[in-house]
Write a protein that binds this ligand. Structure first.
Ligand SMILES: *Cc1c(COP(=O)(O)O)cnc(C)c1O
Length: 348
C-alpha cells in the first residue's frame, strides 16, 4: 500500500494476468458461474484489490474464511455476493445477522444457531469425504435443513490436484445430495476441480489458487499467467575471494572470485529457508543464482555476470509458483499466503 511506497521490497501484482486467469477459469467452467476465493487476504495479494479487479473482470461471487475477513471487503462488495466459509459462531452473530454476506453452515450446531436467530439466506457445506468442515450427509436430512433458504449447497474436493479415486467418489456423493437437497445452486469445484472437467462444474465453481497464478493441475500449464512478482532492492554489492564463504553456516564457499549482491528479502518476508542455495533472481530473462542460506531479512545473489548492477538497483525474485514450489519444498498455496507485510504491494 502507499504507506510502504518506499519499502526496499515490493510485490508487483499484475491485474491483467489476474483478470485473464479468472476469464480462462470462467470459460473452463462452461455454463457454471465462476466465483473467487479471496480468503487469507486474497491469498496474500490484498483481498480488497483482488475483489476490485475480479469484479471488473465480471466475477460476482466471492468467498472468505471468517467474518473478520468479510468486514474488510464488504464496503467494496457492491452487487456481488459474499460467503463466509467458516460459518457462524456465537461470537459472529452480531456481524452475521443482517449482513450482505452469507454464512456457509457446516455443522448441525451452526444450522441450529442460524435457525434460532431466524437468519436469512445461507449456504450449506456438506462433507463428501474430506472430513474437514461440512455436515455429514447422514445428518443432512430434511428435518435438519427444513426452513433454511439455501442459496448454494457446497462440498469440497480433497484430492482434485491428483488423479485419485476420491474425486469420482466425492462427485457421486455430491450428485446424490444435489438430487435430494433443494438449493438455488450447487458447487463442488475449486481450481483443480475445474480442471477435472465439466462434470464437476455444477452451477458455480470456486477457484482460488489458479486466479493468483498457481498451476493446480498440469492441464492449466500455459493457460494460467504469473500474477505475483517479488522484487527486492540491492543493499550492498561486494566481492568474494576464492575460498571465502557467505552468510550463516558458511554453507556456500566460493571456488573462484565472485561478485555478490545482498538483497532486502528474507524468511521473515515468506521467502523461507527452503530457497537456500536453490532460489534465484531474474535480470532481463537471465537467472542469477542465490548463494548460501536465506537470512531473516537478506539473501545473497551471484551477480558476477551482471557488472552494471549496483547498490539501490532492484532485482526480480524468481517466483513462478511451480518452479518456486520445487525449489523451496513449499506448496504453491504457502508461497502465496506467507508473503508477509513488509512488501509494498504494487498493482499494475
Ligand atoms: C480455499 C477454498 C477454495 C479455493 O481452493 P483453491 O484450491 O485455492 O482453488 C474453494 N472452496 C473452498 C471451500 C475453499 O476453502
Amino acid at each position: 500500500m502507499t504507506d510502504k511506497a518506499s519499502a526496499p521490497l515490493a510485490l508487483h501484482l499484475d491485474s491483467a494476468a489476474l483478470r485473464a486467469n479468472w476469464q480462462w477459469l470462467a470459460k473452463a467452467s462452461g455454463n457454471a458461474r465462476c466465483a473467487a476465493a479471496i480468503k487469507a487476504n486474497g491469498y496474500g495479494l490484498g483481498a480488497v484489490e483482488v475483489l476490485h479487479h475480479l469484479k471488473a473482470a465480471g466475477c460476482r461471487d466471492f468467498f472468505v474464511a471468517t467474518w473478520q475477513e468479510a468486514a474488510e471487503v464488504l464496503p467494496n462488495l457492491g452487487e456481488a455476493s459474499l460467503s463466509v466459509l467458516h460459518g457462524v459462531r456465537e461470537e459472529d452473530m452480531a456481524d452475521a445477522l443482517g449482513s450482505k454476506a452469507r454464512p456457509v453452515l457446516n455443522s448441525a450446531a451452526q444450522v441450529a444457531r442460524w435457525k434460532a436467530v431466524g437468519g436469512g439466506a445461507c449456504d450449506v457445506m456438506i462433507d463428501t469425504g474430506m472430513n474437514r468442515l461440512g455436515l455429514d450427509p447422514r445428518e443432512a436430512s430434511a428435518d435438519l435443513l427444513d426452513g433454511l433458504t439455501i442459496e448454494t449447497l457446497l462440498s469440497h474436493l480433497a484430492c482434485a490436484d491428483e488423479d485419485h479415486p476420491l474425486n469420482t467418489a466425492q462427485l457421486a456423493a455430491f450428485r446424490d445430495l444435489a438430487a435430494r437437497i433443494p438449493a438455488r445452486r450447487y458447487s463442488i469445484a475449486n481450481s483443480a476441480g475445474i480442471l477435472l472437467g465439466a462434470d464437476y462444474a455444477f452451477d458455480l465453481t470456486r477457484p482460488g489458487l489458479a486466479l493468483y497464478g498457481g498451476i493446480a493441475r498440469p492441464e492449466a500449464a500455459g493457460h494460467i499467467a504469473q500474477v505475483v512478482r517479488p522484487r527486492a532492492q540491492i543493499l550492498q554489492r561486494r566481492q568474494l575471494r576464492a575460498g571465502e564463504s557467505i552468510g550463516y553456516g558458511a554453507t556456500f564457499v566460493a571456488d573462484a572470485p565472485r561478485e555478490v549482491a545482498i538483497l532486502n528479502i528474507g524468511y521473515a518476508d515468506g521467502y523461507l529457508r527452503g530457497f537456500s542455495g536453490r532460489g534465484g533472481a531474474l535480470l532481463d530473462g537471465r537467472r542469477l543464482p542465490l548463494l548460501g542460506r536465506v537470512s531473516m531479512d537478506l539473501v545473497a545473489i551471484d551477480v558476477s555476470d551482471a557488472p552494471d548492477l549496483s547498490d539501490c538497483d532492484w532485482l526480480e525474485i524468481e517466483y513462478d509458483l511451480s518452479t518456486a514450489a520445487v525449489q523451496s519444498g513449499l506448496s504453491q498455496y504457502e508461497l502465496l499466503t506467507t508473503m508477509g507485510r513488509r512488501y509494498a504491494r504494487v498493482w499494475r
